[in-house]
Design a protein around this ligand. Sequence first.
Ligand code: GLC
Ligand code: CA
Length: 553
Amino acid sequence: MNNVETTKDWWKEEVIYQVYPKSFNDSNDDGIGDLQGIREKLPYLKDLGITTLWICPIFTSPMVDNGYDIADFEGIDPQFGTMADFDELLADANQLGIKILLDLVINHTSDEHQWFQEALKDKHSKYRDYYIFKEGKERPNNWRSIFGGSVWEKVPGEDCYYLHVFDKRQPDLNWENPELRQEIYAMINRWLDKGIAGFRIDSITFIKKDQDYASLPADGVDGLVSCKHKTRNRPGIEIFLNELKRETFEKYNCVTVGEAPGVPYDEFSQFIGEDGYFSMIFDFHYADIDVESGSDWFKRTNWTTKEFKELLINSQEALQAAGWGANFIENHDQPRALSKLVKEGFQTAEAAAGIGVMYFFLRGTPFIYQGQELGMVNAQREQISQFDDISSIDNYHRSIQEGFSPEEAMNFVNLRSRDNSRTPMPWNNQQFGGFSKVAPWLEMTEEYPRVHASENSVLDMYKQMIALRQHSAISPILKTGSIRFLTDLPDNVLGYARELENDTVYVLTNLSPEEEAVTLADEIGEIYLNTHAINEPAGKEFTLLPYQSVLFN
Ligand code: GLC
Ligand code: CA
């Protein structure tokens, strides 16, 4: 390995940038982003100041779920380029001091994976047991998949069904099979031997299924029940996760970032404690504040900023008690943060910077999703045919099935669609935002002539945020200091102190569209960042403008 840092916890010092390869930059003008496109933009990323890139799946795939359906774990999808392109990208990135994380999708494969094809062809093949097949004329139970419909799909020509927690073209792997597990570990180690810095690990809390495969009472008019009660973070998963770590990650000084929905706070230490399964995990408890569950978009909540603040504080306190967190406000499954967290009419560049500062200096490793640093907003679409994302299409139909009108269904999908964050990156105000010379695979967000990377005040603020965390007199506090939340603030104002030995820096954010008066115990000292230049707080008593953030001591 050529890029491994010497300290055990080197990943606490990183700023990680997430690339969605289909939508980042198209180097050969076929309308689809690719590896050479990412390579062309390394100078942009270096200038931004990030230190690690997480690239969403680039492996051979029919792209039913845009690469989260892998047909060959060790092949590069031709849309994205070749293994030689990947090697060049890795070498150039490392040259610039940028590490690379890949996406590890090991809960399921594509139905086009050779293992699954063999399993379908011959029921006596050993590959049948690499997946979860159940014999019978009827579906074995009433579990609903995350992307809608039953988790069971019939095998053509047989009285037999296979299980898929996500799309029917993403059959779940059978982690109960030791031989399958060994094949996965060997694959992981080959990638780590190549010199990548680690992995973001997809849907990892789904690998253990309750072996009774029992039905539960329905929770929808379709007569089905969300499969997560029986397939997510179930007892016994600790055996698989410990083995996974022991056979792979532990042998390398790599970083592992678990996508671990469904883990209660009192189990965080098993996941991210001293001997935890992963370096860090994403916590979704406040990311999904606008919906009752990340997969039922028609169950919207009327959340308040006070609730958001409480969820965020609980999350940070649980992460701090157990280990280390992966902090984010956007990713390829979430709507744009500016649209979700900031009220309509207030979605300005300053507000984008305000919510950026709010999360960026929390204790943990900050993740930035492509375009977040530009202050992008959700796309507005009128017809379901304009969507690519399978879960948007499913949610549209399920909303109608649950009794909502087509207009209401479209509204739910516009608010939550995963396509909101998957629109092509606008590099400039030219046609197709300089992403490609031809119409891209997914429509641009319509505001790109105004919001793009060639001139952008949100981007300038992100550069300052990164520089402060990485290379300033207060970096040690911002990177490793503990976090303490301030009390005695208005409900709408979030405040925290980062503390290291005798040094403290503070962050205050007004999470609301109202002005908020704040009274501090001590006078503000030096201001390091202020997202609203027209209003410079001073003294002990001052007013914060809507969505204003300040970082000071
Ligand atoms: C994760 C990914 C998501 C994908 C799903 C199935 O949640 O982030 O994009 O659709 O897993 O792999
Ligand atoms: Ca391309």
